[in-house]
Design a protein around this ligand. Sequence first.
Ligand code: SAM
Ligand code: SF4
Length: 435
Amino acid sequence: MTPKTFKIKSFGCQMNVYDGERMAELLGAEGMIPAAETADADLVVLNTCHIREKAADKAYSDIGRLRREDGSKPLIALAGCVAQAEGAEAKRRSPMIDIVVGPQVYHRLPEMVAEASRGARPVDTDLPPLSKFDAFPKRRRATPSAFLTVQEGCDKFCTYCVVPYTRGAEVSRPWDDIVAEAHGLVDGGARELVLLGQNVNAWAHSGRSFAELIRGLAKIDGLERIRYTTSHPVNMTEDLIAAHGEVPKLMPYLHLPVQSGSNPILKAMNRSHTTDTYLATIEKVRAARPDIALSSDFIVGFPGESEEDFEATLRIVEEVRYASAYSFKYSARPGTPAAAMEDQIPVEIMDDRLQRLQARINAHQLAFNAKTVGIDTEVLIERKGRHDGQMIGRSPWLQSVHLETAAAPGEIVEVTLVAAGPNSMTGAVRERVAA
Ligand code: SAM
Ligand code: SF4
């Protein structure tokens, strides 16, 4: 039977969220409609993440739970990076899976759904560069802050990471495609674009740089804010750093993962930056945009990480004082060089280090938020809050701001930040509301 309703569940990074939105548009173009609840859907797409082991396990346990009380089940598509990594093996691991579709070929999802409705169990995990973008329908509706994938894949081969294997080689989308999609999103209601890529600042096309792309997009009328993520320290070029000081629409926020504060560990990770080169980049970025909010990713417990190495990570955290940061326990991924390294760190040590690291990160995040109390700034309203009349938006520094206002999602309001919490701010709307 051909499915009429669908539910897409995306896990992991923002690129998966973007892919989930595009899959919904593809299925919508076939006349299918989103189901309110997973239990009501004829087709469930699990758009998975493979970066850490737990995420893959979670996807498999989610599949098990899709069996209904009467023994029936929806059509199930495994998408995303677990699908890419496991291929046909995924169908053996879970016989409930009908479709396995990798992240570079999900434009084929509608035809694979049709095949599965006829009883087949199609698998496609090819890695053709970019062809999927040509197959997408034009974007019509967008959230106030919308994701736009501009670059995919990775050639950096950090020794712990599966991305180069699951997303393939680094590829940049052409300038014109990106600009056309950006116009579509702005026409559809977006006021902010978040440019996405596994190494977004490695974007380069026909001799043009990522900084030029940002400057080009900044010319779009109606687009008020630009952000990008995730960037690699080695691709923080002088012109990109300069753009932070020169392009008012480029928001003062930079996610620049360092992973570790120890040079021997960075070398073993194949990170191609040292703590010194990283800190020099941070210094330049701060010189270009003094109020910039900095963020990072950290891995604790990489094979061979000594207490001394970990303390070096704590030191770099004290030195940079991040406005926010993500930290993870190292997770050995099959097929990556680090998984075969000696001296894997016991989980109790990783737990202890993660706790100590997060305590410092949280303290700095609160300190950053506290420092912004009293500042007059602009907030892009994104959605309703929990209470009547309460809305939630984002400050330029990506803080979540709660405020009482009649302004609708998509409006930018002038706000004074009046109170700071660890994860959000309270704002008071000033009289003037920007058009
Ligand atoms: N390209 C980005 C960069 O170079 O920083 C990161 C993209 S990766 C999808 C997101 C984050 O996941 C990484 O920054 C890293 O901290 C974390 N990560 C990747 N592989 C991991 C692993 N095997 N174990 C734990 N964390 C991992
Ligand atoms: Fe993974 Fe390293 Fe590539 Fe980032 S740069 S996606 S961490 S291999």
